[in-house]
Ligand binder design. Structure first.
Ligand code: ATP
Ligand code: MG
Length: 410
């Protein structure tokens, strides 16, 4: 028996209608805000992620699906911001009217230890907006994330925001933090020891309980809470919060929130659900004003978010599973063929028996698959050019002229 690979899952027909619902809502919500879909390839040059995600991140260090083919190093995309930025640059999208507003969905790949809320192939839906550095853009993106989650009717979510400053002021903050951590550095986990040199801010969101404990100490808290960001960044963040207040969006400022990727600056945010256990984040996002330039484009500010669809799926309330409109019940298969073709072309979901089953079995099947109506064609109906339509929920039955069927179904 060949089995699905560890960390991958089939999305079965009994679940796929919910996935389609999530995708449909993404189209509605994002396109109502004038975002357009961009579909990028699933594999890219490894270099794109090494540079675009950053080589001090867990993603690049430990989680990449990298393979070599024809002496080229390729990687299955672990996230999609780098790919979207590559496509933006490569296709000259900076010439489009600003801001350029993109949304995407699709599978992502990370070689992580599979566990609840963590797969090796998972799906994200996300948006990116290019061309605006002002705080209104940050608020618009956060509001869009909240709107999407609202459209899915997911309850009890909390939004956390933070500003991690800009390239300039972050240096001072980083040094401060390093000074506060250094005396006890030996006690941190090996990952954090490495982060200490490469990307000390990432120590703040280490999931290791021992590290969390060390970070809760007063000396560290002081280093985090001191207003470290420059006046421009403070003002930017104040404005973002002002817009969120105007929009009636609740948030908590979390000074420990830094986000995993190297390229973020200023606003970072995360949306969490306490119904998810350890992997509680459904959405992560932030501003990345240096990324386009870093990947070879013209200097262009950007901001976006990505949501994990598997985690959204587990939080989704029940929705009605769509059922087919009608099942045709007849021993005259030719009639069933003709009528099903006609009804399907009119937009109705219709099925019928292809296996010459007995009449009674067909009626049974119509009920079992949850059809709304059975359309019955017996000898009588055939000779009188009529159809018997049975409402399978109420068992009510009426006879109609054959060519009335579309108006009756409507
Ligand atoms: P985490 O701290 O959980 O590892 P992350 O920082 O790696 O999160 P992002 O890169 O920000 O996550 O991805 C955005 C979202 O994608 C996450 O909030 C989560 O919902 C989802 N996600 C990330 N990795 C996985 C995975 N391996 N399996 C399922 N969903 C994932
Ligand atoms: Mg991760």
């Amino acid at each position: 028996m060949i089995k699905a690979q560890k960390g991958t899952k089939d999305i079965l027909p009994k679940d796929s209608y919910k996935w389609q619902f999530m995708e449909q809502k993404a189209i509605e919500v994002f396109q109502n805000a004038n975002f357009q879909e961009l579909r990028t390839p699933i594999f890219e040059a490894t270099e794109l992620f090494a540079r675009g995600v950053g080589d001090s991140t867990d993603i690049v260090n430990k989680e990449m699906y990298t393979f070599e083919i024809a002496e080229r190093s390729l990687t299955l995309r672990p996230e999609n911001t780098a790919g979207v930025v590559r496509a933006y640059i490569e296709n000259g999208m900076h010439r489009l009217p600003s801001p350029v507003k993109i949304w995407y969905k699709g599978p992502m790949f990370r070689y992580e230890r599979p566990q609840a809320g963590r797969q090796r192939q998972f799906h994200q839906v996300g948006v990116e907006m290019f061309g605006l550095a002002n705080p209104a853009a940050d608020a618009e993106i956060i509001a869009l994330a909240m709107n999407y989650l609202k459209a899915l009717s997911i309850p009890n979510l909390s939004l956390e925001i933070n500003s991690i400053g800009c390239k300039e002021c972050r240096n001072g903050y980083r040094e401060n933090l390093k000074k506060a951590i250094e005396p006890e550095l030996d006690e941190y986990c090996p990952d954090c020891k490495m982060r200490f040199e490469k990307n000390p801010l990432r120590i703040l969101d280490c999931k290791n309980p021992k590290c969390q404990e060390l970070l809760a100490k007063e000396s560290i808290q002081k280093a985090i809470n001191e207003e470290f960001i420059c006046p421009d960044c403070v003002e930017h963040f104040t404005e973002v919060k002002k817009y969120l207040d105007i929009l009636g969006i609740d948030y908590n400022v979390n000074k420990l929130l830094v986000r995993g990727l190297d390229y973020y600056n200023r606003t970072v945010f995360e949306i969490k659900s306490n119904a998810l256990g350890a992997q509680s984040a459904v959405c992560g996002g932030g501003r990345y004003d240096g990324l386009v330039e870093m990947l070879g484009g013209e200097s262009t500010p950007g901001i976006g978010f990505a949501m994990g669809m598997e985690r959204l799926y587990t939080l989704m309330p029940e929705i009605t599973e769509p059922s087919i409109d009608a099942f045709i019940v007849t021993n005259f298969q030719e009639e069933a063929f003709k009528l099903s073709q006609k009804l399907r072309s009119e937009g109705y979901a219709v099925d019928f028996d292809l296996a010459n089953k007995k009449f009674g079995k067909q009626i049974e099947k119509a009920g079992k698959i949850g059809a709304k109506y059975a359309i019955i064609i017996g000898e009588d109906e055939l000779s009188s050019k009529t159809l018997t339509v049975k409402n399978l929920a109420t068992s009510e039955q009426i006879k109609i002229a054959k060519d009335e069927i579309c108006t009756k179904l409507k």
